[in-house]
Design a protein around this ligand. Structure first.
Ligand code: SAM
Length: 276
C-alpha cells in the first residue's frame, strides 16, 4: 500500500534534491504504475485509473502489452547494433527497464532517462544501476524542451554514434498545439544516420468508443491531458525514416515472442524506424 507522503528512501533517491509532488491530483506516471500492478500510487491516481478501467477494461492488459513491446524493441535495437538509448517519458521503474534489457545483452550500453514528473525523479536510483562498462543517467525535463534534453544527454551519449530515441506512451501528452511532430523532427535532426526512433501511442481508432470514453475520464481527473491519435495521425511521426518490419502496428503484433504476447488485447500504435 502506498503511503500518502514520499517515503524517505524515495526522497533520498532523488539525486540529492528532495522532490515534492502533489498526491491530491492523479498523475499519469502513478496511474500507469497502478495499471501495471505497482504500489507507487495514491488515492487520486487509483480513482482515475479505476475510472479508466471502467471505460476500457483492457487498459490493464494494454499497459502490460506496451511494456512487453518496449522489451522487444530494446532487444531488437541491441541486435541491430545500437548501444545508446535516450528514453523520454521513462515512467516509474518497473520490470525490464530499458537499461536492464539493453545491458543484459550488451553491458556497454549507455542509457539516458528523461521524465518531467518529480515522482519518477524520486525513483531514479533504480534507473541508475548501470553495469560498470556501460552508463545510465537521468534528466528531469519536459519533452517539449528538446534543446534541454539534447544538451543534457550529450553528457552521457556520443552524438557521433547511433542513438535510439524512445518515446513509449508519452506523445499522447503533447497536444497538437505542442507540435509533437516538430519535437520529433528536432530530436531526430541531432542524431546521426543509423539512429532509430521507437515509439508507442494510444490509439484513437482501435476500440474507438471505449478509448474515447477513457480519454474523456482521464482528462477530467489527471493532471496531464491526453490526446489519443489514429493510425494516420501517428504514422507521420516516422516521416523521413525507414520503418522496420512489420511497420506500425498494434503493439502485440510487433514481433511477438510468444503466443500469449501476440494474443494480448491492446490499443496502441507502435513502431521502430531507422534514420537513413
Ligand atoms: C504512460 S507513462 C509511460 C512510461 C514508459 N515510457 C512506458 O512506456 O512504460 C508516461 C510517462 O511520460 C511522462 N511524461 C508525460 N508527459 C511528459 C512530458 N511532457 N515530458 C516528459 N515526460 C512526460 C510521465 O511522467 C510518465 O512517466
Amino acid at each position: 500500500m502506498a503511503s500518502e507522503a514520499a517515503p524517505a528512501s524515495d526522497v533520498a533517491a532523488g539525486l540529492g534534491a528532495a522532490p515534492t509532488f502533489d498526491t491530491s491530483v492523479a498523475h499519469v506516471a502513478r496511474v500507469y504504475n497502478y495499471w501495471l500492478g505497482g504500489k507507487d500510487n495514491f488515492a487520486a491516481d487509483r480513482a482515475a485509473a479505476e475510472q479508466a478501467i471502467a471505460a476500457f477494461p483492457d487498459i490493464v492488459l494494454s499497459a502490460r502489452a506496451n511494456r512487453a513491446f518496449l522489451r522487444r524493441v530494446v532487444t531488437y535495437l541491441v541486435s541491430a547494433g545500437v548501444r545508446q538509448f535516450l528514453d523520454i517519458g521513462t515512467g516509474i521503474p518497473t520490470a525490464n527497464n530499458t537499461h536492464e534489457v539493453a545491458q543484459r545483452l550488451a553491458p556497454e550500453s549507455r542509457i539516458v532517462y528523461v521524465d518531467n514528473d518529480p515522482v519518477v525523479l524520486a525513483h531514479a536510483r533504480a534507473l541508475l544501476t548501470s553495469t560498470p562498462s556501460g552508463a545510465t543517467s537521468y534528466i528531469e525535463a519536459d519533452l517539449r524542451n528538446a534543446r534541454q534534453i539534447l544538451a543534457g544527454a550529450a553528457d552521457t551519449l556520443d552524438f557521433g554514434q547511433p542513438i535510439a530515441i524512445m518515446l513509449m506512451a508519452i506523445l499522447q501528452h503533447l497536444s497538437d498545439d505542442d507540435d509533437p511532430y516538430g519535437v520529433i523532427t528536432s530530436l531526430m535532426a541531432e542524431v546521426p544516420a543509423g539512429s532509430y526512433l521507437a515509439l508507442s501511442h494510444p490509439a484513437r481508432d482501435i476500440h474507438a468508443a471505449e478509448m474515447a470514453e477513457m480519454a474523456k475520464r482521464l482528462n477530467q481527473m489527471m493532471a496531464e491531458a491526453v490526446t489519443f491519435r489514429s493510425h494516420s495521425e501517428v504514422a507521420p511521426f516516422f516521416s523521413g525514416l525507414e520503418l522496420v518490419q512489420p511497420g506500425m502496428v498494434n503493439v502485440p503484433d510487433w514481433r511477438p515472442e510468444t503466443a500469449d504476447e501476440a494474443a494480448s488485447p491492446a490499443a496502441l500504435w507502435g513502431g521502430v524506424a531507422r534514420k537513413p
